[in-house]
Design a protein around this ligand. Structure first.
Ligand code: CTP
Length: 207
């Protein structure tokens, strides 16, 4: 199968030397890409800026901002059988980035932010009948309710949910996976590489 995976953070430009980003390491998405390629699938990994090696037999495309990630995802999505969005995409970007390096001024600085595209939401609207769409939900509270709400709202087939305190930025994670019918698959706290194998097995064996 052709599998498209997003991973890592995005960077949203403030000026030529500054940006807004987040603590995502990309490890979960890279581990899923590695396991899926080992299982013989044709894997394209759309990655934000991270310090990780490209797994063997994976085609990696580096992007920086949410809007670049959106362009590359939408260009590659129609050919994919499975789309897995693990990237921590910025929800907002500076509305008026500076072309030259911003000089400090006396007093406070107010930065106006505008919404970025919800890439997964668009992929859900454009989903083709044979496609499986998988999202992630990193929450600080109400894990189950928020995850199920995202699953419905974004037209997903699966959602992989975790508490930020359990996995964000670390080598291990504890996730609960839900399918479209609301069935629940809780997995134990594990190394992300082990979890990735279980996620690939669960999701791809049901395809
Ligand atoms: N996502 C995306 N594009 C965005 C934001 C998020 O594709 N601009 C994807 C992520 O890759 C992840 C899922 O959407 O798979 C969950 O992201 P999240 O930001 O938690 O979802 P929201 O619906 O924006 O929820 P919240 O109300 O928590 O901001």
């Amino acid at each position: 199968m052709r599998i498209l995976i997003t991973a890592g953070p995005t960077r949203e430009k403030i000026d030529p030397v500054r940006f807004i980003s987040n603590r995502s390491t990309g490890k979960m998405g890279y581990a899923i890409a590695a396991r899926a390629a080992e299982a013989g699938h044709d894997v394209t990994l759309i990655s934000g800026p991270v310090a990780l090696e490209c797994p063997p037999d994976v085609k990696r495309i580096f992007v920086e901002s949410a809007s670049e990630m959106a362009q590359v995802v939408h260009a590659n999505a129609p050919a994919a059988d499975v789309i897995i969005m693990s990237a921590a995409v910025a929800d907002y970007r500076p509305a008026h980035p500076w072309e030259s390096k911003m000089k400090k001024q006396p007093g406070n600085l107010f930065l106006e932010l505008e919404r970025t595209e919800d890439i997964l939401g668009t992929a859900g609207k454009n989903k083709l009948p044979h496609q499986l769409l998988v999202g992630f939900a990193a929450e600080t509270e109400n894990l189950e309710a928020n995850a199920l709400d995202k699953l419905q709202r974004k037209n997903l087939d699966w959602i992989i949910a975790n508490l930020v305190s359990d996995g964000f930025g670390s080598d291990t994670n504890r996730v609960i996976i839900f399918n479209r019918s609301g069935e629940k698959f809780p997995l134990d706290l594990e190394e992300k590489s082990t979890l990735a194998q279980k996620i690939v097995e669960l999701i791809l064996q049901n395809k």
